[in-house]
Ligand binder design. Structure first.
Ligand SMILES: Nc1ncnc2c1ncn2[C@@H]1O[C@H](COP(=O)(O)OP(=O)(O)O)[C@@H](O)[C@H]1O
Ligand SMILES: [Mg+2]
Length: 160
């Protein structure tokens, strides 16, 4: 499933539509280069989860993990500065991932198992993978790839 966004505003809207449909325990993995729009899209997801607009969502570049309270707890993680998978293990992310919140991870490339690229570290199984590609200055191509062990109606692509 692919979607095109032609502006940051459209990306926010797309994120918002997804955020509305999220539930407790959902994991969203964002892939894509610097400036692809991962943080912008995350902001949209947060609005969809009813986080008030005054809350400032930015890349948790220095803190690695930001927590917001919308209608569910939202954990926003950015792995950009992570250099080794040992560092990821030391973050204690399992506690967050298997919690009743929504987890959004930027630079999810860093979660790929080195030997089996279709497997992720931290025992992450069910997740929605989203790849964002820069197709021009103002255009982004979103590819949605749900990876679930059992069929689920989430996300409802008709709403995106
Ligand atoms: N269609 C678009 N969607 C999202 N961002 C866009 C788009 N077009 C241009 N941009 C710009 O790209 C940048 C995306 O930044 P950001 O969301 O921080 O990216 P990332 O978190 O992937 O590094 C912003 O400067 C934004 O204004
Ligand atoms: Mg970012």
């Amino acid at each position: 499933m692919k979607k095109i966004s032609n502006s940051p505003e459209e990306t926010l809207e797309l994120g918002k539509s997804l955020g509305i449909s999220l539930g407790a325990g959902d994991i969203i993995l964002l892939f894509g280069d610097l400036g692809a729009g991962k943080t912008c899209f995350t902001q949209g997801i947060c609005y969809g989860l009813e986080l008030d607009k005054a809350s400032y969502i930015r890349s948790p570049t220095f803190t690695l993990i930001n927590e917001y309270q919308g209608k569910l707890p939202i954990y926003h993680i950015d792995l950009y500065r992570i250099e080794t998978q040992e560092e990821i293990f030391s973050l204690g992310l399992e506690e967050i991932l298997y919690n009743q919140g929504v987890t959004i991870i930027e630079w999810a490339e860093k979660l790929r198992s080195p030997k089996k690229p279709d497997k992720l570290i931290l025992n992450i199984q069910d997740r929605l993978e989203i790849n964002i590609k820069i197709t021009s200055d103002s255009q982004r191509e979103f590819t949605f790839n749900p990876v679930f062990s059992e069929p689920r109606s989430f996300p409802d692509f008709t709403l995106l």
